[in-house]
Design a protein around this ligand. Structure first.
Ligand SMILES: [Zn+2]
Length: 424
């Protein structure tokens, strides 16, 4: 007798894999239309907007939602109730507790002060898992699953009852808590087929090379995958590093064989808020979520658009990279004019790479000062970084930053690694 939870995952997975590509645009338009008409008005905030088109709805962000939390979910759950359940679960490292009706509370790691809080139902969790697996699993992995159970190892900051729901005869998930030292997880990774972890953790696993770990798929989540990490990880496992771009707002994009990230447009509508000709902030509408609708949520993330079509042949829009968050963008004083010159993290990373091997590094902007720390013991490294950032400033028609050394910044073990940050 098939478990209904597993059947729901399987149905979402099958639809994702085979049905969507053929009827792409029509299915998508219908799903969005139905979502706006039926699901959306159940949240009090959106009741006055019943029947309106997407373009007529307000653009909101994390702060807007937190300020009026009960109005943004269909159960009228208050922020206090949601936070009480979520923090108790995080403290106990037991993520099985739910609100009435099986609603799970998720917390996003707010690195700039504000934590995102989101409510998802069991049905939404299963749909998400099916979509994720449908987009992620390579044909060879699927063929393997037909012969024996697939082993998926997930390194995440919080577990969810979702993964227990998903565990079945075909797939076994192991959850690895990022607040536990990595060395304790390494012996348990032997025989893993699909390894999913933040980029910085993948790199540490790649460098440790635990015995018996030869994954068929290596997937980076939660952090920006930077080119230097990608090179080390891909070389260690002898495979390309795949990426999932997932936010509180939903599963936003998944990488393809051509190395781009395809927006999850079958389920999520992304409106670009352009910063310049290629970079944009995504404004996200997820039409699979009805417990806490995500409608025109503006994200802080900065994405780099890729020209259509993608060589891999998939339909829809793709992005070349997730560059980071808005406060990963530093600024310099202009040589002429009075508008600060933005320095995007991809551009700065490239300049820093030209300064030679620094080991790991951190850059924090505090006003006119750029404070830097490296793990290399090479005494000449600082002077090389000063020279390269001055050269970069020259190319950007900006004044060079005042680059000063700092101690290695302390960071919680489960916090996202961010090498570049604007603090003030
Ligand atoms: Zn592609």
């Amino acid at each position: 007798m098939p478990d209904p939870a597993q059947a729901a995952v399987a149905a979402a997975f099958a639809r994702e894999r085979w049905l969507l590509p053929r009827r792409y645009d029509a299915a998508r338009a219908r799903a969005l239309d139905r979502f706006l008409r039926e699901a959306l008005p159940r949240a009090a905030f959106y009741a006055p907007y019943a029947g309106r088109r997407l373009e007529e709805l307000p653009v909101v962000d994390k702060r807007t939602v937190l300020a009026d939390f009960a109005a943004f979910n269909r159960h009228g759950t208050s922020l206090e109730e949601a936070l009480a359940v979520a923090t108790a679960a995080e403290r106990a490292r037991d993520f099985a507790s739910t609100l009435p009706g099986g609603v799970t509370v998720g917390l996003s790691s707010g690195t700039s002060g504000t934590r995102g809080v989101f409510l998802v139902s069991e049905a939404e969790s299963r749909l998400w898992a099916g979509i994720l697996m449908g987009q992620l699993m390579a044909p060879a992995t699927l063929r393997l699953m037909a012969r024996r159970p697939l082993r998926i190892a997930l390194f995440l900051r919080a577990n969810s009852n979702l993964y227990e729901t998903l565990g079945s005869g075909r797939v076994s998930f192991s959850w690895h808590d990022l607040t536990t030292p990595l060395a304790e997880h390494l012996p348990r990774l032997a025989g893993t087929d699909v390894l999913v972890a933040p980029a910085s953790v993948l790199r540490r696993i790649a460098e440790a090379r635990p015995a018996g770990l030869e994954p068929r798929q290596v997937v980076s989540v939660a952090e920006t995958l930077e080119p230097d990490d990608e090179t080390v990880i891909a070389a260690a496992f002898g495979r390309p590093v795949e990426q999932i771009y997932q936010a509180t707002e939903g599963l936003l994009a998944v990488s393809c064989p051509a190395g781009r990230l395809h927006l999850n447009e079958g389920h999520v509508h992304v409106e670009p808020e352009w910063i310049d000709t290629t970079r944009f902030h995504p404004v996200v509408t997820d039409f699979t979520r009805t417990t806490q609708p995500v409608v025109r949520h503006r994200l802080d993330d900065v994405l780099l658009a890729a020209p259509a079509p993608c060589p891999c042949g998939r339909p829809g829009r793709s992005i070349a990279a997730v560059l980071g968050r808005a406060d990963d963008v530093l600024s310099l004083a202009p040589l002429d004019g009075d508008r600060p010159v933005p320095v995007y993290p991809d551009v700065l990373r490239h300049a820093i790479a030209l300064a030679g091997d620094l080991g790991d590094y951190r850059v924090e902007q505090h006003g006119p000062q750029w404070r830097v720390a490296f793990t290399t013991r090479d005494e000449a490294a600082h002077a090389r970084v000063v020279a390269e950032t001055a050269r970069l400033a020259g190319r950007l028609r900006a004044r060079p930053p005042d680059v000063v050394p700092m101690g290695w910044p302390a960071q919680a073990p489960d916090a996202k690694r961010r090498r570049i940050r604007r603090m003030a």
